[in-house]
Design a binder for this molecule. Structure first.
Ligand code: ADP
Length: 473
């Protein structure tokens, strides 16, 4: 495995705060190195370059003096050598035998001593044509120039001490290293502190999320006062938990309501069977009556189970709709015809049936109309009337189902579409039985088809449900 892979593997095992700290420290160190390198080069240039220039300038001045000497030897003044040198630069002229015959500073270390101490590895910043020697704590630059006149060769040695520059630079270097180490330690500590502080809400979120369980959905993640990404995340997670809790509560209520509804017909059937077991089958009339009651309860149970299955399919998005172009008038006409044949206890009439093309699923559209009609019969005392009519209004068709029944109290109007909602038994017509699921199913079908349902009702007078159905253009 390559080193990079190994490092990456090791790195991925760290906490986010450690990763941020290390990443941040690495950037910081890289930046520091860059700044230091630039500073190091800059300061070096500013310190050593003037010393070198002093030597170079002195050399060019001495070259001029030598030219003057060649032109007019008689009038030459030896003091001109000293005057051509920049302050700090020492000149020594030595012949082929090594005898010094011009020396501008007698106290300066001898050429032999200089040559013995020449650095074999001169600093990288030094010019390659200069020699550098370290004598004790002093650092000395030397540039040499050869001069030949009338067959005699001499060497001119130009010296310049750069000890103070070197000392300043050494101190600066040491201070920089110390400061860098300090800055890196501070950066690591501050980075660790800040990243931990910033990420601490995630830790809290994690701990809380671990505590939240199916049976214990009440807990919520604390939302910080700051308006940052983490409090946004906490809000989003809390909203998600609200939705989940809402869904779970609804599901639990559904299961308990459904079991409750199923218990009644099951208990009734059991009662009739016990009755038959107790009284025997001798009395044919009693037996038939009991069997009829058992059959009717079984039918109720079947209807309830079908409704429950429908709702469970809608909850899981499994209820399929096969939408196509439909003639609503045909469907209404057909449903009403069957209704008239089946219901002899009420006056059932179709006042108007406007021809209308709609786009929808025929089975569920029929089911929805049947729910309103069945309710109209259920909640209208015998002899009452049920009328259905439709009319076109713009790009909609309004289908109304009216009855002259018991009506719905205003306070219940917004509850009747809730699952399992039923008006308390004493207010109902004696034979009316139901489970409180019909209208919630009708509402689901209506919503899936973009149909709006409105209710107008008056207690004791009757109810009108109006369906506003979009027409197929
Ligand atoms: P179910 O009829 O099985 O009880 P629904 O969901 O169909 O359930 O109806 C919910 C409630 O709305 C009924 O229990 C009844 O109180 C009220 N309701 C519905 N339709 C009518 C109506 N036409 N007249 C009076 N009350 C009605």
């Amino acid at each position: 495995m390559s080193v990079i892979k190994k490092v990456r593997r090791k790195f991925s095992g760290f906490e986010i705060s450690t990763k941020i700290t290390l990443g941040y420290a690495a950037c910081f160190i890289a930046l520091l190195v860059l700044i230091n390198a630039a500073m190091w080069g800059g300061v070096m240039n500013a310190l050593y370059r003037p010393a070198e220039n002093a030597i170079l300038y002195s050399m060019s001045q001495i070259e001029n003096v030598l030219k003057e000497l060649e032109e007019n030897y008689e009038e030459f003044n030896p003091a001109a050598f000293r005057g051509a040198l920049v302050t700090g630069v020492v000149l020594r002229v030595v012949d082929e035998k090594g005898i010094v015959f011009i020396d501008t500073d007698k106290k300066y270390p001898s050429i032999e001593r200089f040559n013995e101490n020449i650095l074999s590895n001169p600093p990288i910043f030094a010019r390659s044509d200069f020699e550098i020697a370290r004598i004790g704590s002093a650092l000395i630059y030397c540039a040499k120039m050869n001069y030949t006149h009338e067959g005699t060769s001499v060497t001119l040695c130009f010296f310049r001490t750069v000890t103070s520059e070197m000392k300043f630079f050494d101190t600066l270097e040491k201070s920089l290293v110390a400061l860098d180490i300090l800055a890196i330690i501070v950066a690591l500590l501050v980075g660790r502190y800040l990243s931990r502080r910033i990420l601490s809400p995630i830790k809290t979120m994690n701990e809380l999320a671990r505590e939240i369980a199916f049976e214990k959905m009440g807990g919520r993640i604390p939302v910080g006062t700051a308006n940052d990404e983490l409090s946004e995340l906490a809000k989003t997670l809390n909203k998600m938990l609200d939705r989940l809790q809402g869904g779970i509560n609804k599901q639990q209520k559904f299961v308990s309501d459904a079991s409750h509804e199923l218990r009644t017909p099951a208990a009734v059937i059991k009662g009739y069977i016990e009755f038959i077991e107790h009284y025997g089958t001798e009395d044919k009339e009693l037996l038939e009556e009991n069997l009829k009651m058992i059959g009717s309860e079984a039918q109720n149970m079947q209807a309830l189970l079908e409704n429950l299955l429908f709702i469970s399919r809608t909850d899981q998005n499994r209820q399929r709709l096969n939408k196509k172009d439909l003639d609503l008038d045909d469907i209404v006409g057909d449903v009403m015809q069957k209704m008239k044949i089946a219901v002899k206890t009420h006056k059932v009439e179709l006042t108007s049936n406007a021809p209308a093309k709609i786009f929808g699923d025929e089975t569920t559209i029929r089911q929805m109309i049947r729910i309103f009609l069945d309710n109209a019969v259920k909640y209208t005392p015998q002899g009452g009337s049920i009328s259905v009519g439709s009319k076109i209004e713009g790009d909609k068709i309004l289908l109304s189902i009216s009855d002259s029944g018991i009506g719905i109290a205003p306070e219940n109007l917004n509850k009747i579409f809730d699952r399992f909602f039923r008006v308390s038994a004493e207010q109902l017509v004696s034979e009316a039985n139901g489970s409180g699921l019909g209208l919630s199913i009708a509402k689901w079908i209506a919503d899936e088809h973009g149909i709006k349902i409105s209710v107008a009702s008056e207690l004791g007078k009757g109810t009108t449900f109006t369906l506003t159905i979009p027409l197929k253009n």
